[in-house]
Design a protein around this ligand. Structure first.
Ligand code: ADP
Ligand code: ADP
Length: 234
């Protein structure tokens, strides 16, 4: 089964002015081990789509299956579990807790997963090592560069061994060189560990490094395929 499968997903936002349709029937399957990017102009529906995929918001119509399970049938507890264990979230602004060390940030999802302190520290240290920060466990986010902070965020996202890494503009706050390094980390995790990655990006050079590009405009998929020049530069 695909990691995720959307069939004719529609998202309507209600307001006093009436209903606004942000997704007009989006269909796509993402298989285990894919590394793909979602592109599209501002307001095209990328965040809405990411919120549906991340189970932060639900579709108004259509079917969204995660690991074969229709998410519409899941209650709040099951959805929360899916968000905590099934999906690792990565954000443009890293969203690390400033008072915690790198190790503490990475260990935090393991608290909720019920590991004891020793097991959390061991696993968090392994995760930091796997993103190239094995020598920085005691550093606070403010003591790390942007690229290093995003590596900590990637390690945190991997803590519960999720089925999917979902990244919203993960290189958007980084300079070109640092962004390329973070992208290289995604590629390594994908190639060597089979991690499935869906990322949103505005940057054609980021999308070029992925295997598949989905372009959306006005809430519709209008390209889904390899990162050709036309796909990247619209
Ligand atoms: P993108 O991430 O591609 O910039 P969004 O998914 O944020 O696009 O927005 C898609 C469309 O849906 C936009 O026209 C936006 O104004 C609208 N929209 C987003 N969130 C809401 C909301 N909560 N209520 C009403 N309209 C919304
Ligand atoms: P934006 O795309 O508008 O900049 P973010 O990417 O920061 O917003 O966050 C997208 C959504 O994910 C927000 O609604 C936020 O509350 C939610 N969110 C942030 N962190 C987590 C998390 N660790 N687990 C689940 N949801 C989260």
């Amino acid at each position: 089964v695909p990691v995720l499968s959307l069939q004719n997903v529609i998202k309507d936002y209600a307001s006093e002015a009436g209903t606004f349709r942000a997704l007009h029937g989006v269909s796509m399957d993402v298989q285990r081990g894919e590394l793909m990017s979602i592109m599209g102009p501002s307001g095209s529906g990328k965040s809405t789509l990411m919120n549906v995929i991340g189970c932060l918001d639900s579709a108004s119509d259509g079917v969204y299956r995660f690991e074969g399970q229709d998410t519409a049938t899941l209650g709040e507890t099951a959805l929360a579990k899916l968000r905590n264990k099934g999906i690792g979230f990565i954000f443009q602004q890293f969203n690390l807790l400033p008072r915690l060390t790198a190790l503490g940030n990475v260990a935090l999802p393991l608290v909720y997963a019920g590991f004891d302190r020793k097991a959390r520290e061991t696993r968090a240290q392994e995760l930091l090592t796997s993103v190239g920060l094995g020598d920085k466990p005691r550093s606070r986010p403010s003591q790390l560069s942007g690229g290093q902070q995003q590596r900590v965020a990637v390690a945190r996202a991997l803590a519960n061994d999720p089925d999917l890494l979902l990244a919203d503009e993960p290189t958007g706050a980084l300079d070109t060189k640092t962004g390329a390094e973070v992208l290289g980390l995604f590629k390594t995790l994908n190639r060597e560990r089979g991690v499935t990655v869906v990322l949103v990006t505005h940057d054609p050079e980021v999308a070029r490094a992925t295997d598949r590009v989905v372009r959306i405009q006005d809430g519709l998929v209008f390209y889904d395929g390899p990162p050709t020049e036309d796909a990247l530069y619209g």
